[in-house]
Design a protein around this ligand. Sequence first.
Ligand code: 5CA
Ligand code: ZN
Length: 409
Amino acid sequence: MHAWPASEVPALPGKGRDLRIHDTATGGLVTLDPGPVARIYVCGITPYDATHMGHAATYNAFDLVQRVWLDTKRQVHYVQNVTDVDDPLLERANRDGKDWVELAEGETALFREDMTALRLLPPKHYIGAVEAIPGIVPLVERLRDMGAAYELEGDIYFSVESDAHFGEVSGLDSAAMKLLSAERGGDPERVGKKNPLDPMLWMAARDGEPSWDGGSLGRGRPGWHIECVAIALDHLGMGFDVQGGGSDLAFPHHEMGASHAQALTGEYPFAKAYVHAGMVGLDGAKMSKSKGNLVFVSQLRRDGVDPAAIRLALLAHHYRADWEWTDAVLAEAVERLGRWRAAVSRPDGPSAEALVEEIREALANDLDAPAALAAVDRWAARQGADGGADEGAPGVVSRAVDALLGVAL
Ligand code: 5CA
Ligand code: ZN
């Protein structure tokens, strides 16, 4: 499917720093060393409701990864999926008496508009689960034929024991895995599975649900994790640089995905770093479509909020922190945007060379956007105060804030 238009990324003088980022698998910071083309896969939405601030915060984090890489003069090969067929989507369509295809298409279109408004750079390949099915079927057949998958009443399950590295992404013990598996789409209680954690690769057709030709698998639809594996292997291959998503995806989704791919290819690792953004909450609970405690990007836009202010509100929080969306968070961002716009609209200002390096250093240090904002705040505060009459400075700041933080002043 098509993605959304890219906002232009101004080239900055000099060169950015290599990114040090927190990797869930090792539990520490790793310095990434991508080749001339950095490869990143970020898990996309399940389009049954509009984009909320939690989604936006997660995509904002991975947009910063791209911008840091672009600033090092690399190309970025960015892939994202859309889970356009899955249980929650079908359940919501049923509940609301809607056609599931129309629901998915409508919400995906709104997501594109939100991403465009927020100036989040688009993926090079934006792929739906449904369009990936012809690529998924042979992978499941191969896993079954090599003994890494088995059939249970027509459904096909992946055997987690087939990957020696299973458990290394999340580092969780099996009790914790079982709990999370039940909460996040797994079925650890189903009788007949070899291991309660084994996830479904292919679900045999159910009455009243959509299904596709699965070759020797029979009619059905794909499981969740294999969807992202098929798309990532097709467009990036093994050993890509970053697998990204919110922290709720570390287990089971990214754990299972890594194991699927490692079992399939015999290669290790699936991704060099597994990077996870914190959860954004509202009124004391994780913002989630299933709970319904949501603040939508599209609603804020309709209310007349400047998307640049929304973006600044996201950037004011470190991507790994769990935080709460409040009116005060937005008010502070609106105020900051006003201050920055006033500062860059003056005819001159304090030299901005050091500021560009400070922003670069902050972002290269595990995407420390709050530190980058503080540096711009300091520059803006010096405007007028201690003089500084560099005529080029406002333009340099404006371009740096645009290129590195995605905020158009
Ligand atoms: N389609 C799958 C991934 S393949 C999925 O998780 N879709 S989603 O719509 O539920 O979430 C999309 C992205 O937003 C995921 O990376 C998820 O981790 C992230 N996300 C969901 N809720 C929040 C939240 N409250 N705060 C931060 N990120 C969130
Ligand atoms: Zn995914």
